[in-house]
Design a protein around this ligand. Structure first.
Ligand SMILES: Cc1cc2nc3c(=O)[nH]c(=O)nc-3n(C[C@H](O)[C@H](O)[C@H](O)COP(=O)(O)OP(=O)(O)OC[C@H]3O[C@@H](n4cnc5c(N)ncnc54)[C@H](O)[C@@H]3O)c2cc1C
Length: 467
């Protein structure tokens, strides 16, 4: 519980109705898209960078934990306030401050929903490519804080590749402005990049300057069915080797195909070991069509028994339907899921999928694997029932084995969801003790009282088990 005088101070800064303390409100801000939860002492909804700065000054003086939050769609427990304190929800700060068409940049407030921003720039023929599947319910600030990616990242890169600058409020309330509307910038350390992917542990991102590109005018989609997983892996390699960079190459493994089919009855080949969904895009229709035909041919030459190329937008949507339905279909199979996010070198995807299947069989819990085959980013989703203690024990063991496997293969713990609190116990195994020391030193320099999102990413003794 916060002292009444602190609540009064916070209300004075952001307005009476923008400080929430009722049990219902605290519950609403106590969880993200994982199975974890913990209530804050208060929720504060600031309306400007200056208000965030004033809130941080109070928090710094009081040593009060502050947990920045966008839409709470995170998959690593990153926005959950395990040490209590204030959840600072940025969703009122949702304005586009400027779209500069000539310099192809946009200044936005951190709380804007990603898809809403994308729709606005696309009206002007411009394009903001990073496309986390959660784009309709995540914020640009959350995307920058997690360095989010999505299917289009193979060709276009991740959120961090589009950040030219930002405004960040530091732990003590100082406002830092980084970067600018320039393509090249080597003026000192790249402080914008320092904050990308730090998951709210180093500062509160309040505004972001984003790079835009022109919107590709044509897009074409193919859907390829592979009886053998290794063939799918080889097809991906051969496509890239042929000088083609598809906008996306999405993979569904056999367990995923079966789960979606059980849910939607689309007539998916449940006997197949893999489905690839591949997309080509560009500004010249003929070139895009040539590319998708080459992609289809390479898939056939490398073991695909069925390849469909969409002839129009309706067919394109229907080819994507299976992939888009993966998340909702999982809910039918089990009450809970842990959506993991490893990345392995692309060549080792088939081996990774097979080893995950073995781990799943060893513990007797289903693990569906789908993800971005083009960039090696796999999402093994462990399905379980959190009311069963034996399931919870198995989930932790399965996740641990999957992380160990990824690191052994030369991969990483996360390609897009971040470390948060769930992957923190594995951080040192993945990056080594020196990297952890450096992360701790940076955290100490920017947040000496440890009030910004305590216990996330950098080990500081806060655990989700309340130990
Ligand atoms: C169905 C589903 C699909 C998803 N698909 C993808 C995907 O394809 N790719 C992908 O990358 N992710 C995906 N995610 C994960 C999630 O949507 C992303 O991590 C997203 O970037 C989180 O944004 P958010 O606004 O919801 O942030 P939150 O969940 O609110 O916060 C996430 C982290 O960022 C910090 N944070 C949030 N806002 C700020 C800020 N303004 N300043 C400082 N720190 C901040 C929080 O403290 C927390 O640590 C998916 C999630 C779901 C549920």
């Amino acid at each position: 519980m916060l002292a009444p005088q602190i609540i009064r101070e916070l209300k004075k800064i952001v307005g009476e109705k923008n400080v929430l303390t009722s049990p219902e409100d605290l519950i609403a801000y106590s969880y993200d898209a994982t199975f974890l939860e913990h209530r804050p002492d208060a929720v504060v909804l600031p309306g400007s960078t200056e208000e965030v700065s004033e809130v941080m000054k109070v928090a710094y003086r009081e040593g009060l934990p502050v947990i920045p939050r966008g839409m709470g769609s995170g998959l690593a427990g990153g926005s959950i306030p395990f040490s209590g304190g204030v959840v600072l929800a940025l969703t009122r700060m949702n304005r586009i401050l400027e779209i500069d068409e000539e310099n192809m940049t946009a200044w936005v407030e951190a709380g804007i929903i990603t898809a809403e921003f994308q729709a606005e720039v696309e009206k002007r023929g411009l394009f903001y490519p990073p496309d986390p599947s959660s784009h309709k319910y995540s914020t640009i600030g959350g995307n920058v804080a997690c360095n989010a990616g999505g299917p289009r990242c193979l060709k276009y890169g991740v959120t961090g590749d589009y950040v030219l600058g930002m405004k960040v409020v530091l732990a003590d309330g100082r406002i830092l402005k980084t970067g600018g509307k320039v393509i090249k910038n080597v003026t000192g350390y790249n402080l914008s990049h320092l904050f990308i992917g730090t998951e709210g542990t180093l500062g509160v991102i309040t505004e972001v300057l984003l790079k835009l590109i022109s919107k590709p005018r044509y897009v074409s989609t193919a859907f390829a069915v592979f009886p053998n997983l290794e063939d799918a892996g080889r097809a991906v390699h051969r496509i890239l080797l042929a000088g083609i960079t598809p906008a996306s190459i999405e993979l569904m493994d056999q367990t995923t195909i079966g789960t979606v089919e059980e849910y939607l009855h689309l007539g998916l080949p449940t006997w197949a070991e893999a489905i690839l969904i591949l997309e080509a895009d560009g500004n010249q229709e003929e070139a895009v069509l040539r590319e998708i035909e080459a992609i289809a041919r390479i898939c056939r030459e490398n073991g695909a028994v069925e390849v469909k190329v969409a002839r129009d937008e309706a067919e394109r949507n229907s080819l994507w339907k299976a992939r888009r339905s993966v998340s909702p279909s999982l809910a039918r199979r089990a009450p809970n899921k842990l959506g993991e996010d490893i990345t392995v070198p692309r060549s080792r995807i088939p081996e990774a999928v097979r080893r995950i299947r073995e781990i799943s069989q060893k513990y007797g819990l289903p693990v569906v694997v789908f993800g971005h085959a083009g960039d090696g980013n796999l999402h093994p989703n462990i399905l379980f029932d959190k009311r069963r203690p034996e399931d919870m024990e198995k989930v932790e063991k399965i996740a641990g084995e999957i992380f160990k496997m990824a690191v052994e293969m030369g991969g990483v713990l996360s390609g897009e969801h971040g470390v948060g609190i769930l992957k923190q116990p594995y951080l040192e195994m993945a990056v080594g003790p020196v990297a952890v020391e450096i992360m701790k030193a940076i955290k100490q320099a920017l947040d000496p009282k440890g009030i910004l999102n305590p216990g996330k990413v950098v080990p500081l003794g806060v655990s989700w088990r309340g130990e």
